[in-house]
Write a protein that binds this ligand. Structure first.
Ligand SMILES: Nc1ncnc2c1ncn2[C@@H]1O[C@H](COP(=O)(O)OP(=O)(O)OP(=O)(O)O)[C@@H](O)[C@H]1O
Length: 247
């Protein structure tokens, strides 16, 4: 469904991504994990067209997207939930959600139908429709951020750190929502610092380090791979520094 081949991209003089290959099959949930600065968010920016590839290609269901403007990529069915704080706090929940339908604004019936669908799927949109988004809890805001993206009925949903700043209950609710969207047919690609949560809800995992893909596989294969300990915990201590057992 979504394929990156040999993608090189960066900001200013340097390249952050250095030949990234990545494939998300239809109806999968792929989670990208990796240390800070590995280039995870940059991958999402390249897919959504906010950052141009310097080499390589991005394809969505057979269509090259790497030369397209972000709006054209949205129209192809790829939408991104940004990293957080993306709502307009002084606008109502309803207004924030409707903004997500900007591209279909002229088709009033479609806009109304999509809003009804989103409201039915995400209860906080119905319950707090007329409340300022700034009055919501962090977990509720994250739900509304996702709701806004659903206004375009995306085929591929990109999420950048959906767990950021959420309490355990909200985390569980966001994870449930991602899985229910996927069960309804949406392909999901997310970036997650919370490795346990991310790989727990994903079908597939990708580990990035230094702008490159270091590991890929099913979520379980990636989670259980010995290299994960090296990347996240610094690996087992060298023999010379191990504490000798007490005698
Ligand atoms: N707008 C930008 N301008 C310049 N450099 C940037 C910009 N955005 C990110 N970078 C740099 O690109 C590198 C990769 O950043 P990226 O945000 O993709 O990493 P990440 O793996 O998502 O990590 P994190 O979880 O810390 O965001 C970092 O060194 C970062 O400082």
């Amino acid at each position: 469904m979504l394929t990156l081949s040999g993608v090189t991209a960066g900001y200013g003089g340097g390249n952050v991504l250095q030949g990234v290959d990545l494939h998300c099959a239809e109806r999968t949930v792929t989670c990208i994990v990796g240390p800070n600065g590995a280039g995870k968010s940059t991958v999402l920016k390249v897919i959504s067209g906010l950052l141009r590839c310097r080499a390589g290609s991005v394809e969505m269901a057979g269509t090259r997207t790497d030369a397209l403007a972000p709006e054209a990529i949205l129209r192809l069915g790829i939408t991104q939930v940004p990293q957080s704080q993306a709502l307009f706090p002084g606008m109502s929940v309803r207004e924030n959600v409707l903004l997500g339908g900007y591209l279909i604004r002229r088709d009033r019936k479609l806009l109304a139908r999509r809003y009804d669908e989103v409201r039915a799927r995400i209860p906080v949109v119905a319950e707090r429709a007329h409340e300022h988004a700034g009055n919501l809890s962090g977990g509720q805001r994250r739900m509304v951020e996702v709701a806004r993206c659903l206004m375009l009925d995306p085929k591929v949903l990109l999420l950048d750190e959906p767990s950021l700043g959420l309490d355990p209950k909200s985390l569980a609710a966001v994870a449930d929502l991602i899985q229910s969207l996927n069960a309804a047919g949406t392909t999901v690609l997310l970036v997650e610092q919370n490795v346990r949560l991310g790989l727990g809800l994903a079908t597939h995992g990708v580990v990035m380090e230094g702008g490159k893909v270091r590991l890929t596989g099913t979520a379980a294969q990636v989670r259980d791979h010995p290299e994960m300990a090296t990347l996240y915990l610094g690996g087992p201590p060298p023999a010379a520094t191990r504490t000798a057992p007490a005698t």
